[in-house]
Design a binder for this molecule. Structure first.
Ligand code: FAD
Length: 384
């Protein structure tokens, strides 16, 4: 058991695993991951739908996706480890004029940055995914280079690479507190005693806020419960694995096994760490919306349900960078429903920030925590 490391990463989800590998590969010294659960990837990562997309409304998210999706697609070839990936696209269905204007502006921005994205009529959207309801649809956007990958495969893959690069990963290892002195991080406290480190990375997902608070850092990241339902086979189940989103309700589905996986945001979402399945919400809100958006679902039976936590920031953008006032304490939090797909590049950027002093691959200086007090906030509108 070491009680000292150059870098301590708190959290063994996909972000912590990616950060661990990239830090070790970049020569950050001894890296120690502390995960309180029995296994890696049981937090938000374990509940994730696995989607990746370039279709965001903000420039920084599109740039993060361009790099990260490339890393997901090349993962198996580059590292020789398995990863299930299906690049069948994301299809956003838009049913209000106001949202449509916003989507068309986002398409212009995406194209200006080199993203391939198609603008479709309702009929063309229904040709792509036969069975979707065209009623009231103004138009649709389709990103053929978007897709779905396996969150557990990516987490375990990065953990394997990290271990090979010398990282120590401890499970059942809770961090009680991030320690600091004189505006500098000194390590973390665990039930087994302190671990000293000059760099600590907060990769605690939905629990990032309480962890940051132990170092006196006010991190506005809320845990928001999200319900997921998987069906059995049914007539009219889509052939393609395209992730289909009804933009105005944030109801989404994609082919999963012989049926579909689906989920939806609620209108009055409240922060909570409660991950019990909400049968009322599923019966009264998710299923009626499911049948409205994709009528063939009426004949589907429900096989599995679970609930996971989104880590929501006020502007739906991640917080990446050093915590103001606590030198050496790095934040990689608040991904607001898209942390899986950005985990590869975020791990790499953390390594650049920590080892080289600046993020080179993508400029993430706009994503520092100080933006909330300085009022430099550019909200992301395409939150699923
Ligand atoms: C239902 C659902 C669907 C989603 N779909 C998508 C999607 O399609 N595409 C996408 O990109 N993203 C999606 N997301 C979001 C994505 O899952 C998250 O953004 C991502 O997994 C965050 O990874 P993480 O490693 O930061 O957090 P987590 O996976 O939650 O990992 C944090 C880890 O920190 C540990 N931890 C916390 N506190 C401590 C402590 N004090 N000491 C030690 N360990 C601690 C936890 O046990 C946990 O394992 C979805 C999320 C949900 C809930």
């Amino acid at each position: 058991m070491t009680d000292t490391a150059d870098v301590v990463i708190v959290g063994g989800g996909v972000v912590g695993a990616s950060a661990a590998y990239h830090l070790a590969a970049a020569g950050a010294g001894s890296v120690l991951v502390l995960e309180r659960a029995d296994e890696l990837g049981t937090g938000a990562t374990g509940a994730c739908a696995g989607g990746f997309r370039h279709q965001f409304s903000s420039r920084v998210n599109i740039l993060l996706s361009l790099e990260s999706v490339r890393m997901i697609l090349r993962f198996s070839e580059e590292h020789g480890l398995p990863l299930d990936v299906a690049q069948d696209g994301y299809l956003f269905l838009v049913r209000s004029e106001e949202s449509w204007r916003e989507f068309l502006a986002a398409v212009d921005l995406q194209r200006s940055l080199g993203v391939e994205v198609d603008v479709l009529s309702p009929k063309e959207a229904a040709e792509l995914i036969p069975g979707i309801n065209e009623d009231g649809m103004v138009g649709a956007t389709f990103g053929p280079k978007d897709g779905i990958a396996d969150p557990s495969g990516l987490t375990q893959g990065y953990a394997t690479l990290a271990r090979r690069a010398g990282v120590e990963i401890r499970t059942r290892a809770e961090v009680l507190r991030v320690d600091s002195r004189g505006g500098r991080v000194t390590g973390v406290s665990t039930p087994g005693g302190p671990v000293s480190a000059s760099v600590v990375v907060n990769a605690a997902g939905p629990w990032a806020g309480p962890l940051a608070a132990t170092a006196g850092v006010d991190l506005p990241v809320d845990p928001i419960p999200r319900q997921v339902v998987v069906t059995g086979p049914f007539p009219g189940a889509p052939d393609r694995k395209t992730l289909v989103i009804d933009a105005d309700t944030a109801f989404y589905f994609h082919r999963e096994g012989p049926g579909v996986l689906m989920g939806m945001g609620g209108k009055d979402e409240r922060p909570s760490f409660d991950t019990r399945v909400d049968d009322r919400f599923i019966a009264e809100e998710v299923l009626p919306m499911a049948v409205q958006v994709f009528p063939p679902l009426e004949e589907a039976d429900l096989r599995y349900r679970w609930c996971g936590l989104y880590e929501m920031s006020p502007d739906r953008q991640p917080v990446i960078g050093v915590a103001p006032g606590v030198e050496g304490f790095y934040l990689a939090n608040g991904f607001s429903g898209h942390g899986f797909q950005h985990a590869p590049i975020v791990g790499k950027l953390l390594a650049e920030l920590i080892v080289e002093g600046a993020a080179r691959t993508v400029d993430v200086s706009s994503l520092g925590l100080e933006r909330f007090v300085e009022g430099r906030v550019v909200p992301e509108h395409h939150v699923v």
